[in-house]
Design a binder for this molecule. Structure first.
Ligand SMILES: [Zn+2]
Length: 389
């Protein structure tokens, strides 16, 4: 018998997600943690982090090295804006490194070069071997399910390459800082990681993935850039990791887009799935199957929580909107999979989908088509990874 799914009364997290408990008052455990921390209107003392970051920057600059900071660069607007700020506002010497795995699409690859050229920073592309990547994602998902890693298992497995390679690379090259354009929707807490903070990050974000990696590959990649144990990751003089957009007030997604526009790069504002991962719909589908929710539910829940902190009514509205979107998306996902994931969707078909799923009516026609095309790739990627649907 199916157990009744409980949903948090503030955000949208459900009782089907590992480590999420819905308490008697209707709030989930994540909301409890967030709303009990009332240091300022954002729930955290973000000023403190900004000051700390600036201090770290000026110390590093004094050393006059070839590169002050290594930046994980996805080609997206946020990491581009981060590089722009580090270079022009904070006067640091950044080195950008892009982790290229098989799911990074061609458009992103071209964008990376274009942005590097326009903002004028050095860029290194690191290619993850595709056989290694495929094996890690496929077998890793099975292992992740065994330990209930959660709805975003696939993204976490994929991020493992970024976390290990970039930290190892910065250390090998003697670059004292490492930075990412991740924002507070993905990481709700302000994050500057050194010492004990790095230890905690390792425990939650890297350790389970490293264990899965070792289980799959044994000693094959020991002592390569793919391998990192706690001691290495946390040792003295290992790079300090900074996520400026988890606390910098001057960051908003609009500002990032405007900066790109100013240097002559136009980006589509509205990407409904907010990612350039080509296999995201497959990962969403697997998450619905295992946890009855969207793979990025934590990111959406964080956003709702943030809105709700300042204005409960607005938070409720945002929750309703996202819950409606998820419900419609899930239906569309199963509908299209049943249709056998046909490659091209005819105009007529899209119109029919608009009728069957009126919830999408507010979405731009072009975006719905993009979404349908994306979902139709599930068949291809399930074959690619050899994952049964
Ligand atoms: Zn909640």
């Amino acid at each position: 018998m199916k157990k009744k799914i409980k949903t948090c009364s503030r955000c949208i997290l459900t009782s089907t997600i590992p480590n999420v408990n819905i308490m008697e008052d209707g709030l989930c455990s994540e909301c409890h943690g967030y709303f009990s921390n009332k240091k300022n209107k954002d729930g955290y003392d973000i000023k403190l982090y900004t000051t700390r970051m600036k201090k770290i920057f000026s110390e590093v600059k004094r050393k006059k090295q070839k590169y002050d900071i290594l930046v994980g660069f996805s080609g997206g607007k946020d990491s581009a804006y981060l590089l722009y700020l580090l270079k022009n506002k904070y006067k640091l010497r950044p080195l950008a490194v892009s982790i290229i795995h098989p799911l990074v699409n061609k458009t992103s690859l071209i964008n990376m070069e274009l942005v590097a050229e326009k903002i004028d920073f050095n860029l290194i592309k690191f290619f993850v071997n595709s056989t290694l990547y495929k094996k890690y994602i496929k077998e890793g998902l099975t292992e992740a399910n065994k330990i209930n890693l959660g709805p975003h298992s696939a993204c976490r497995l994929c991020n493992y390459f970024k976390d290990t390679v970039l930290n190892n690379l910065a250390e090998t090259m003697g670059i004292p800082l490492l930075s990412y354009g991740t924002d507070s929707a993905q990481f709700p807490k302000p994050m500057i990681l050194q010492g004990i903070e790095k230890k905690e990050f390792y425990k939650y974000h890297i350790k389970p993935l490293n264990q899965i990696f070792n289980k799959i590959f044994g000693n094959k990649y020991k002592n390569t850039l793919y391998d990192i144990n706690e001691k290495q990751f946390c040792k003295k003089n290992s790079p300090i990791i900074i996520y400026p957009f988890t606390f910098l007030k001057e960051y908003t997604p609009e500002k990032a887009l405007n900066m790109l526009k100013k240097i002559g790069i136009e980006r589509d504002k509205m990407n409904p799935e907010k990612t350039n991962c080509d296999a995201i719909h497959l990962f969403n589908y697997l998450s619905y199957k295992k946890y009855s929710c969207h793979s990025q539910i934590f990111t959406y829940a964080n956003a709702i929580r943030k809105i709700s902190y300042n204005n409960q009514a607005k938070g409720k509205k945002a929750k309703r909107k996202i819950a409606n979107y998820f419900a419609a998306y899930e239906k569309l996902l199963y509908y299209l999979i049943k249709k056998n994931g046909q490659k091209t969707i005819k105009d007529k078909e899209t119109k029919k989908i608009f009728k069957i799923f009126p919830k999408f009516k507010k979405m731009k026609y072009k975006n719905l088509i993009l979404m349908i095309e994306g979902i139709s790739k599930i068949k291809y990627y399930s074959k690619y990874f050899n994952i049964k649907l």
